[in-house]
Write a protein that binds this ligand. Structure first.
Ligand SMILES: Nc1ncnc2c1ncn2[C@@H]1O[C@H](COP(=O)(O)OP(=O)(O)O)[C@@H](O)[C@H]1O
Ligand SMILES: [Mg+2]
Length: 155
């Protein structure tokens, strides 16, 4: 019997198809109180540990997660953090999505500047998270809410 070169239904390609991101574990934490920030921080640390991040990175990732959770609590009062382990082509990493339906950020570029704060605090949260993670995106609409997504791969 002739050996089939491609399984039925597949298409021959000269290069392998890009492998889509695959979120392996996902954990959602509602943010409504200080205690929820602690929970999000702990859950994030656990997931990052499963990915195999070093202790230093575990602490940095946990800090980034608590900054995003703190922003939700402070500026939007409530929202959620979705934490996950993502895999792409054998490489794993951590994803964080912070969502709220709060007042939104009128000038995102400005909010990302070190030292910019509307609450009289240090203004290091968002720029710090951005620097720490490999991918970072803020989508916000005034009166609608804010979504911050961030990812970091191991290594
Ligand atoms: N989820 C959010 N909803 C509305 N505004 C936000 C949110 N997160 C951040 N901001 C705005 O972006 C600014 C910068 O945030 P950040 O860098 O964390 O600094 P800080 O919290 O110390 O002010 C905040 O002062 C606030 O005006
Ligand atoms: Mg902050």
């Amino acid at each position: 019997m002739k050996k089939k070169r491609h399984p039925p239904g597949s298409t021959a390609r000269s290069r392998p198809a890009p492998i889509a991101d695959h979120v392996r574990v996902e954990k959602q934490v509602a943010i409504r109180s200080d205690h929820d920030i602690v929970t999000a921080r702990q859950e994030g640390r656990l997931l990052a540990k499963q990915v195999g991040f070093s202790d230093t990175h575990l602490t940095l990732i946990a800090t980034a997660i608590s900054e995003l959770a703190r922003n939700i609590l402070l500026y939007a009062r409530e929202g959620s953090l979705t934490l996950g382990i993502v895999e792409n082509n054998g490489r794993s990493g951590i994803t964080v999505e912070a969502i709220d339906r709060g007042p939104g950020i009128p000038d995102v570029a400005r909010a990302l500047e070190v030292g910019y704060s509307t609450s009289g605090s240090l203004g290091l949260g968002l720029p710090g998270v951005r620097r720490l993670m490999d991918e970072f995106e803020v989508e916000s609409r005034v009166g609608r809410g804010t979504r911050v997504t961030a990812r970091k791969g191991r290594g």
